[in-house]
Design a protein around this ligand. Structure first.
Ligand code: FES
Ligand SMILES: [Fe+2]
Length: 399
């Protein structure tokens, strides 16, 4: 159910503070965030077209976990821990690749079928007989939603991806993303900030008017948020014919063209679909994209994303897409700077806390979810590293 997106002008009835500064700079908390949030919540890793042929694979690492997603001989997508059952080597290296009909461990050469079962050890007569299931690759939960591949390392509270993202399914299905193809490789960048500083900037549109001249020029004052009762949030901006003072925006608006199958209002709309804890889908008339930030440690994050396009993209759509990428690149650089400034401010003597606008309620909503999952973040001061987990578990029981 979509909730009212118009913040009350007199809404002084909510706590406008964010999480305490220590939560952005604490390795013990980072470890808890990975184990209790990132491993227990669905992560987008890519799209069915990224692993289209039998034997094609991609990898996805987070925290100390690493996964390989592979399409088997029957066309089924499978996810496994990228960890050899002999001595733990990565079974495949790199971010993506193509194997013939088996995964061969680069350490000693154990061979795995694409369904994860062990085909055979190197020099098998040096072992007692090995059961192909018992020594097969360990599975990781995988689900495909509208063509996007999600994995989850540990069970969690989100249910299935289809259930969790049900409020988005109808709108995003209009773009037929399952039949799209990559418009280019995955891009990624390491940022010198805690992942929450990236998300805090991304979780509100209050800064668009000031910090993003191109976005403001494109959809300016039409930008608005919609909240859903399961803590999902959509932001939308619409542009008008003839809009655009900036060269890239003006020409984008001129050329922008959705597929005929899109309803009329979607031909001039950019929409952002947020997913807890760390990802966003973007739909434009020409593309569907996703991006996400993954914590490396308490002070470093990996931001990655990719754009998908229609397989029958017209020349005009391609040109529009190039122009929208120029707008995106500028926006990304601006957001990066803002997340760095926000993050470094928390290490200053002068920093007290946020004082959020009604237009930043989703920053608060995101923090509230973190408070619920990791109640230790409600403490004003950090517990000692060795006590972090125990105190968090204790607070969970009393909540
Ligand atoms: S670690 Fe994979 S074969 Fe030895
Ligand atoms: Fe931004």
């Amino acid at each position: 159910m979509a909730l009212d997106h118009r913040p009350s002008s007199k809404a002084n009835d909510w706590d406008r503070r964010g999480l305490p500064a220590w939560t952005y700079d604490n390795e013990a908390l980072h470890a808890l965030e990975v184990s209790d949030i990132f491993l227990t919540h669905w992560q987008i890793v890519g799209h069915v077209s990224d692993v289209a042929a039998p034997g094609s694979y991609m990898t996805f690492d987070i925290g100390k976990e690493r996964a390989v997603i592979v399409r088997d001989q029957d066309g089924t997508l499978r996810a496994f821990h990228n960890l050899c059952r002999h001595r733990g080597s990565r079974v495949v290296a790199g971010e993506r690749g193509q194997c013939k009909n088996a995964l061969v461990c680069p350490f000693h050469g154990w061979v795995y079928n694409l369904d994860g079962t062990l085909r055979g050890a190197a020099q098998p007569n040096s072992y007692p007989s090995l059961d192909k299931h018992e020594f097969g690759l360990r599975s990781v939960e995988l689900e495909v939603w509208l063509g996007f591949i999600f994995i989850r390392f540990k069970p969690g509270q989100q249910g299935s991806v289809a259930q969790y993202l049900a409020p988005y399914t109808q709108e995003m299905a209009l773009y037929q993303p399952e039949s799209m193809v990559p418009a280019g490789p995955v891009w990624s960048a390491e940022l010198p900030v805690n992942w929450k500083s990236v998300r805090d900037v991304d979780n509100e549109g209050y800064h668009v008017a000031m910090a993003h001249p191109a976005l403001q020029d494109l959809y300016g004052f039409t930008y608005h948020d919609l909240f859903y009762d399961n803590d999902l949030r959509v932001s939308k901006g619409t542009y008008k014919p003839g809009a655009g003072r900036l060269w890239s925006v003006r020409n984008y608006v001129k050329l922008s063209q959705g597929q005929d199958s899109l309803p009329a209002e979607r031909h001039t709309l950019w929409a952002y679909y947020g997913l807890f804890p760390n990802s966003v889908f973007i739909t434009t008339p020409e593309t569907v994209q996703f991006y996400q930030e993954l914590p490396i440690d308490a002070n470093r994050s990996l931001v990655r994303g990719i754009t998908y396009r229609y397989p029958t993209e017209s020349r005009r759509q391609r040109l529009a897409r190039y122009l929208s990428q120029r707008i995106d690149r500028a926006t990304y650089a601006e957001d990066t700077q803002l997340s760095i400034w926000s993050n470094e401010s928390m290490k200053s003597l002068a920093f007290e806390n946020f004082y959020l606008s009604d237009h930043e309620r989703f920053v608060r909503a995101h923090h509230d979810q973190l408070r619920q999952l990791l109640p230790v973040v409600t403490l004003d001061q950090p517990p000692a590293a060795t006590d972090m987990k125990r105190i968090n578990d204790g607070l969970k029981k009393t909540n």
